[in-house]
Design a protein around this ligand. Structure first.
Ligand SMILES: [Zn+2]
Length: 429
């Protein structure tokens, strides 16, 4: 018996019910499929993303030698970030990292950092879509003007060459966040990476000078970033900092046990600090492999929410700093896919508004409040002990010691005068 014959034997009324049910199911599927993405876009239009970490400036250095004349920032095909894709991805604020490689530590890290700050500032001030912003209120205002706000961060404490005056001058240039290390230890804080073995542990994971750096960042209103630091350093800073801190681009160690990710015990300290972890999307941190998908990403969000609540979570994509991203999250235009997946997992609008925007704003505002409370504190005059930096390139200014040389010179002059006088006397005789 063929299928058509079988169907023809089913009563007409049942066939009609079945057809109607099928139609309703298909419509529901179509509508719900559409509305998930639609809801994500709608939500992100209302609460556009503040993203914690992007390395476009590094790409500009590596690919174009920082020559902005060579590219159209609306469409940078060799990078994962450009203006049109930031717009599609509803990214309203991007923290752009000024990063220089650890190899420059103790050499020309400060000059290279200045050059990276220069290119970010040019990019953000000479382009009508961008706006350079340095305050929490500035982020809110730039959203009202439909601009993409640029916040500047420094990635790696080696950029300040163990100098608080250098840190303060970077602040003056618009830097509002700094991660204490990258893949190398500094003389005052430890990295999560074992790539470089210089400046190993001293009296603690955060030395006396390291504490002075945190104090000065608190005083200035610069956000302390613990991504890339060792857990020991992160723990010490979480105990010490007066202001909330962030992990600008790190994920959950419980979901993927990579040393760049954050273990639950540090998450609990972060909650106490009222800080923020901005989930990194790099596949090896998401799935501990080069292959990852959006569901793996959402697992990090779910876990962190379970441990410390949605109010402690943000997003720090790490685009253009890394190469391997989950399927469906290949560039900055794809952020709505994360929100779509979290909506599917029953995250509320309120929770997602926090993840996208409000949590970071709360932390930034609190960092500014702490700065205001410390207004009477003078700039720190703490200097790192010379034996900690062990750098022959480091010039040490000291008052020249003229006294002994000058004395020697006048003594020589006196002897010479006496000899001349005596010889002229003998000559006369
Ligand atoms: Zn990084």
């Amino acid at each position: 018996m063929c299928f058509r014959e079988t169907v023809s034997k089913v009563p007409v009324i049942l066939r009609e019910h079945f057809a109607r049910a099928l139609l309703v199911f298909s419509l529901c599927h179509l509508v719900s499929g559409y509305s998930d993405r639609d809801r994500a876009d709608e939500l992100m239009s209302k609460y556009p993303l503040i993203d914690g970490h992007n390395d476009l400036a590094l790409k500009l250095r590596m690919l174009y030698n920082n020559s902005l004349n060579q590219i159209d920032l609306n469409n940078v095909s060799k990078a994962a970030t450009d203006i049109s894709r930031l717009r599609t991805g509803h990214v309203q604020t991007q923290m752009f990292a000024a990063y220089v490689l650890c190899g420059a530590q103790q050499k020309d890290a400060v000059r290279l950092t200045l050059e990276q700050l220069d290119v970010i500032r040019h990019m953000c001030t000479e382009n009508q879509d961008f706006e350079l912003v340095t305050t929490a209120q500035g982020l809110i205002d730039s959203n009202m003007r439909n601009k993409i706000a640029c916040l500047i961060s420094i990635e790696g404490g080696h950029s300040i060459d163990s100098s608080l005056p250098a840190l303060r001058m970077f602040y003056q240039l618009g830097v509002r966040s700094m991660s204490l290390t990258h893949s190398c230890n500094t003389p005052w804080a430890e990295s999560s990476s074992k790539l470089y073995n210089t400046f190993l542990k001293r009296e603690s994971s955060l030395t006396h000078f390291g504490k002075a750096v945190v104090d000065e960042m608190n005083r200035l209103g610069m956000i302390v970033d613990l991504s890339h630091t060792s857990w020991g350093t992160a723990s010490a800073v979480l105990n010490y900092s007066k202001a909330p801190v962030i992990f600008s681009h790190s994920s959950s160690f419980s979901i993927c046990n990579h040393s760049r990710n954050v273990p639950d015990e540090l998450l609990l300290k972060l909650k106490k600090n009222e800080g923020l972890i901005m989930v990194n999307l790099y596949s090896p941190f998401i799935a501990c492999s080069n292959k990852a998908n959006i569901s793996n990403v959402a697992d990090h969000f779910d876990h962190i929410k379970r441990v410390i609540g949605a109010e402690s979570i943000g997003i720090g994509g790490d685009f253009d700093g890394a190469e391997s991203f989950p399927q469906g999250l290949e560039d900055v235009s794809k952020y709505p896919a994360i929100i779509q997946e979290l909506l599917r997992r029953n995250w509320t609008e309120n929770e997602l508004a926090g993840v996208l925007r409000k949590n970071f704003l709360r932390v930034f505002e609190e960092v500014e409040n702490v700065r205001d409370q410390l207004i009477l504190r003078k700039p720190s005059e703490e200097y790192i002990p010379l034996e900690h930096v062990q750098n022959t390139c480091r010039w040490v200014f000291r008052r020249p010691d003229f006294s002994s040389k000058a004395e020697q010179r006048s003594l020589n002059l006196l002897v010479l005068t006496l000899v001349l006088l005596l010889s002229s006397l003998f000559w006369t005789d």
